[in-house]
Write a protein that binds this ligand. Structure first.
Ligand SMILES: [Zn+2]
Length: 279
């Protein structure tokens, strides 16, 4: 007879179920056996951990249950040097209804997954926690798993409070990518020549257009939009390389995601533009 189980070890069962061919009934039975042997010193959850370990589930996976969040930002690829050679890594942040979670991912595979997953719902498994000076960071190693979940798994990113900043000044002070609602009080655009592969600005060197990454390429003309954004905290210059915005958004309110590079707000995405001019 297997007693009914509450939620005391559902998360551990989830991890076991994915990796071991065992029925729920059998797992519960094993948990109860261990529990009845050490009742005075164990909770049902502790018994489940012991059983999971006997089934060869790593302690790391048991301690750090999967995290779900939307991918708010991914930084540039950098290189970590160690005795074993060079490993590429990126810093990234995911956000859910409760918090912003700073993370770092190592290895080409994870980097390429992340670079294609802007705003998507991701689930991180089998990660580690690393302590930095001021905060702890979730560390995605080559053994960790990043999965893209169905978009319904979380509300839209603009509905996730921890993704928002109070104001542009607030973003500038806090660093990192945030969402804000601001008024566009000036706009202009100019064209530049970019690499057709990566979009970087080209340099004209001895009769050729050169990309810093791809060498000689056939240039592509792109539009860069510059704005002055305003909110109660002040006015701030902004730049946007996206192509999905109408000709003029002057005097309109926008909801956008971005970060500060020096004194300039880098708009990464515009989610909403007011139908009417506000001023
Ligand atoms: Zn390029």
């Amino acid at each position: 007879m297997v007693s009914s189980v509450g939620t005391e070890y559902e998360d551990i069962w989830e991890i076991v179920r994915e990796q071991v061919d065992i029925s729920r009934e059998e797992f519960d039975k094993k948990v109860n056996e261990v529990y009845s042997k050490g009742k005075a010193f164990l909770t049902k959850r502790a018994a489940a951990i012991i059983v999971a370990k006997k089934l060869n589930i790593s302690t790391q996976q048991i301690l750090y249950t999967p995290i779900i969040g939307r991918l708010l930002e991914v930084g540039a690829t950098r290189m970590a040097r160690s005795a074993r050679g060079e490993t590429p890594y990126v810093l990234f942040t995911i956000v859910n209804e409760q918090e912003r979670i700073p993370c770092v991912a190592f290895g080409e595979k994870h980097i390429s997954t992340l670079k294609k997953a802007d705003d998507k719902v991701v689930r991180l498994k089998n990660y580690l926690k690393a302590k930095l000076q001021k905060y702890s960071i979730t560390k995605i190693t080559e053994e960790s798993i990043i999965e893209i979940l169905d978009d319904n798994a979380l509300p839209p990113i603009t509905d996730l409070k921890p993704a928002w900043a109070e104001s542009l000044k607030d973003i500038k002070e806090r660093r990192g990518t945030h969402i804000v609602k601001v008024l566009v009080i000036d706009e202009s655009s100019s064209e530049y020549l970019s690499c057709p592969i990566c979009g970087k600005t080209l340099e004209f060197v001895s009769d050729e257009w050169l990309c810093p990454e791809h060498g000689s390429v056939e240039p592509e003309t792109k539009t860069i939009r510059r704005y002055i954004l305003s909110d109660r905290s002040g006015t701030f210059p902004a730049v946007y390389f996206g192509t999905d915005v109408q000709e003029s958004i002057l005097n309109r309110l926008i909801v956008a995601k971005g970060y500060f590079r020096n004194d300039e707000f880098q708009i990464q995405k515009i989610y909403w533009i007011s139908d009417n001019e506000i001023i």
